[in-house]
Ligand binder design. Structure first.
Ligand SMILES: Nc1nc2c(c(=O)[nH]1)N[C@H]1C(S)=C(S)[C@@H](COP(=O)(O)OP(=O)(O)OC[C@H]3O[C@@H](n4cnc5c(=O)[nH]c(N)nc54)[C@H](O)[C@@H]3O)O[C@H]1N2
Ligand SMILES: Nc1nc2c(c(=O)[nH]1)N[C@H]1C(S)=C(S)[C@@H](COP(=O)(O)OP(=O)(O)OC[C@H]3O[C@@H](n4cnc5c(=O)[nH]c(N)nc54)[C@H](O)[C@@H]3O)O[C@H]1N2
Ligand SMILES: [Mo]
Length: 767
């Protein structure tokens, strides 16, 4: 009998050890951890050369997070962090997944391995094909692979039956060509990882401030009086941000952290660039920690706004910046009126906080003028995520704390070029002006109908409205919600194609036919007909700069992402007049077309050759809000979403360990939270454990509850933790199976990966 291919990570436990939670982040342990990953994956000598080039002006952009590089001085051997070094080690690994590897391992066999083991298998060396009904991938030539894709795409009844996903590492050049190919083919089905990530930020900021990106620059952190970090764990996910926060503190600024977990990186930090300080006590970062309940942020912000309003009423002009409000904003009166419809008494229980701690935060906000608010997934992956971010904007607008030095919005992006990909047109809902420009430059008729985002793409595959899936990077099956539902949907496709660097579960959960197209990574040299190329990326603060690999490619069979897109286009588009080969031969020609199509890229080729690159225009930074519908910055009325929990139910957030990059598992430790060698754990409040008769390291099964449906994830160990009552945390992708496909944020459609209603049962109990 044929064995089942596994879509979920296996339930096998790996041998947990609980350790003490460190009192500070970074420091010497971070360096030793980074070096041990480098040594194991790459080898020490080659590894050091690699790190030397990471994030240097003539080097390559870290494939880790999107945090910007400092403008001026770049420390030798130090403009990377522990997790950046791990990201590089993962890409530059010595291990190879060759045709022989696939010949000796069937797809089913690989699927029962853990994601950690799958990833550690290494870099894919050759294009591979899984014909219908076969169990082993086979080597295929690039031409044959492109022809299968072209033929299958052209046999579809409509171009809208194909889905073209993008993850956020893809360069500007590759992303621009990819969306052009997809639109010439005839669809806007361009879902991307943003749909699961900062979509809620983009929606909220576009509507209120007229730009879907943040407004601050790195330098603003040196001028801020107050930085509020909400729903973000920078110690793990954006470690170089700690340097910026420490700069705020050095200049006398204050920091408020708002998080259900007391994340170590937000508490205390030892400068990785200053070995003399590794042994000392480190620097305290957070001045005030608000341990909010999961999804209690709108309620918390509303209480702050109400307290600000009553102070302003008591003493006019002491809180609000009336001149700014009058000149620059719309909707102020309606906002104040709406605020009155909530009482502090009803809001407070949703936060889990004492009123006095919220008053302390309010005092800091009232007393300071230049305020930056930073946030990440803790705010964007809830049902009312768009409300979360609009409420932040309300706060900043009341203070006039935007469009000036040391103040503004800072959504901290995830993937290193996720922001650039959107700028390049990777979006299922393109603006009319963008399509018009594309049509003008490339002389074709672009599709106008909006395409599928991630969730609707899965639903379309489920309903057989979509039959071909192509992924430009990423790991769709493990990153998306509702694993079993999504797997079934993908397996119905006639063809799935993954353009990848490393082996992952999305190669194993496939359509009737499947292809793997292996590509160059950031750290590798990219040779085309005109010579060696560089690519360009945009960081979280809108700075576009170049990135050039330093290693020889892993295999001589790899193509660059732009070359793969050109191959797809030439095999698919019968009437294209675009010079695909010419553009791939010299990426300057791609950049010329980007310049002709997208505003803000004047003299792209010249300006991006200046070390450090250039900043794209940002209206909010310039205090210009005319791109919004009202031509002003908009106040908005938002709702807290108190999710009713039954006595035995909990809210679960799915978070990252210190040893993973999304679905790429670097190792099995979560050092900053004291959990070693195990990923199948659930963090719980000790009082909740006592109430429900649960003990440390009890093995439990989790069931999620949504609209009368249940989903199950088996075999997790309980770890008592400092977390609010009725809140729990697990790691993704292990618990994605519990996130219902229909549970998503209003407006932005982002899966609610941070609010899942679950119940917990000891393993012996019946499900
Ligand atoms: N090393 C490393 N770096 C990464 C990544 C990685 O996986 N590894 N991923 C990259 C990507 S794509 C992204 S998007 C970012 C993700 O960066 P983060 O958003 O920092 O990542 P998460 O682990 O999802 O952490 C969410 C944080 O929000 C808190 N939180 C959860 N729910 C709530 C809530 O309701 N309210 C509040 N106030 N807080 C809440 C959690 O306790 C946690 O501290 O990092 C990027 N950088
Ligand atoms: N439950 C839950 N689910 C989540 C989240 C959560 O917090 N909780 N977070 C969400 C977020 S914020 C995001 S951004 C998504 C991430 O979703 P994705 O971006 O789809 O996932 P990644 O794990 O980052 O993708 C890793 C794979 O990308 C490929 N890759 C790496 N580098 C390159 C490259 O340079 N080129 C190409 N072509 N391929 C490359 C490798 O093969 C690797 O296996 O996951 C989302 N899913
Ligand atoms: Mo992300």
């Amino acid at each position: 009998m044929e064995k089942k291919i596994q879509a979920q990570p296996p339930t096998k436990l790996t041998g947990i050890q609980l350790a003490e939670i460190p009192t500070s982040a970074v420091g010497v342990k971070a360096i030793t951890s980074a070096m041990s990953h480098i040594k194991k994956e790459v080898g020490l000598v080659k590894g050091i050369v690699l790190l030397k080039n990471l994030n240097q002006k003539n080097g390559f952009d870290c494939p880790g997070c999107a945090w910007p590089d400092p403008d001026a001085k770049r420390a030798f051997l130090a403009e990377y962090c522990e997790n950046g070094a791990k990201a590089v080690a993962e890409e530059a690994t010595k291990n190879k997944v060759s045709p022989l590897f696939f010949a000796t391992h069937s797809v089913q066999e690989l699927s029962v391995m853990s994601d950690y083991e799958i990833g550690k298998s290494g870099r894919i060396t050759h294009p591979m094909y899984l014909p219908e009904g076969k169990n082993h991938y086979e080597e295929i030539s690039w031409d044959a692979a492109f022809n299968i894709i072209g033929k299958t795409l052209n046999e579809l009844k409509s171009p809208h039956e194909a889905i073209f996903y993008t993850s956020g590492r893809t360069s500007n050049e590759a992303a621009f060509l990819y969306q052009l190919f997809v639109r010439e083919f005839g669809t806007n089905n361009l879902p991307d990882c943003s749909n699961m990530c900062h979509e809620s930020s983009g929606v909220a900021l576009s509507e209120t401030l007229g730009i879907g990106k943040g407004s601050v620059t790195l330098d603003d952190f040196s001028h801020a009086d107050l930085v509020i970090v909400m729903g973000q764990n920078p110690g793990t996910n954006h470690p170089r941000m700690l340097t910026a926060l420490s700069q705020t503190k050095k200049n006398g600024g204050k920091i408020i952290s708002i998080n259900p977990l007391p994340e170590v990186g937000l508490r205390n930090y030892k400068d990785p660039q200053n070995p003399l300080k590794w042994m000392g006590k480190g620097q305290n970062l957070t001045d005030l920690f608000l341990q909010v309940k999961i999804n209690g942020d709108v309620a918390l912000l509303k209480i702050i706004l109400k307290l600000m309003k009553s102070k302003e009423n008591e003493k006019p002009n002491s809180v609000f910046n009336h001149q700014f409000i009058q000149e620059k904003t719309a909707g102020f009166d309606a906002f104040l009126e709406d605020l009155d419809s909530y009482t502090i008494e009803e809001l407070l229980p949703q936060t889990g906080l004492s009123l006095s701690s919220i008053e302390k935060a309010t005092t800091l906000i009232i007393q300071n003028e230049r305020i930056i608010v930073c946030w990440a997934m803790g705010l964007t992956q809830h049902k009312n995520s768009v409300d979360n971010i609009r409420e932040i904007v309300n706060l900043l607008l009341l203070k006039g704390s935007i469009g000036k030095k040391g103040a503004g919005t800072c959504p901290v992006r995830g993937h290193s070029n996720v922001q650039g990909d959107r700028t390049m047109g990777i979006w299922e809902k393109p603006k009319e002006a963008f399509l018009k420009n594309l049509e003008r430059v490339f002389s074709f008729s672009a599709p106008k109908k909006h395409g599928y985002d991630v969730v609707s793409a899965i639903e379309a595959m489920d309903q057989k409205k979509a039959k071909v899936f192509i992924g430009m990077g990423g790991n769709f099956i493990s990153a998306t919600p509702d694993t079993e539902f999504t797997a079934k949907a993908i397996q119905q496709c006639s063809l799935t194609v993954q353009i990848s660097t490393k082996l992952n579960r999305s190669h194993l959960i496939h359509g009737k036919k499947a292809l793997i197209l292996p590509c160059l990574g950031r750290s590798e040299k990219d040779f085309q007909s005109s010579g060696e190329q560089f690519i360009t990326v945009e960081n979280s603060m809108g700075v576009v700069h170049q990135s050039k690999g330093h290693l020889m490619p892993h295999s001589n069979q790899l193509l660059s992402e732009p070359a793969i897109v050109a191959g797809l286009a030439k095999a698919t588009l019968q009437n294209t007049t675009t010079d695909w080969s010419g553009m791939v031969g010299n990426y300057d020609f791609i950049r010329e077309k980007i310049e002709a199509t997208i505003p803000g890229f004047q003299n792209y080729n010249q300006r991006v050759r200046i070390p450090g690159g250039f900043a794209l225009p940002n209206n909010a930074r310039e205090n210009d809000f005319t791109p919004t519908a009202s031509r002003k910055a908009n106040f908005s009325n938002n709702k807290p979403s108190a999710i009713p929990l039954k006595d035995h139910q909990f809210l679960m957030m799915t978070i990252r360990t210190h040893d993973q990059y999304n679905t790429t598992i670097y190792g099995l430790n979560d050092r900053y939270r004291g959990v070693l060698n195990e990923r199948r754990i659930i963090f719980m409040n000790p009082d909740d454990m006592e109430q429900h008769g649960l003990q440390k390291l009890d093995k439990v099964n989790l069931t999620s509850h949504f609209n009368g449906e249940e989903r199950h994830a088996l075999g997790f160990l309980i770890v008592p933790y400092d977390i609010p009552r009725q809140c729990t945390a697990t790691y993704f992708p292990e618990t994605n199976v519990l996130v219902p496909i229909k549970s998503k944020a209003d407006i932005s459609n982002t899966p609610t990966s941070k609010t899942v209603v679950i119940s917990i049962a000891k393993e012996t109990a019946n499900l």
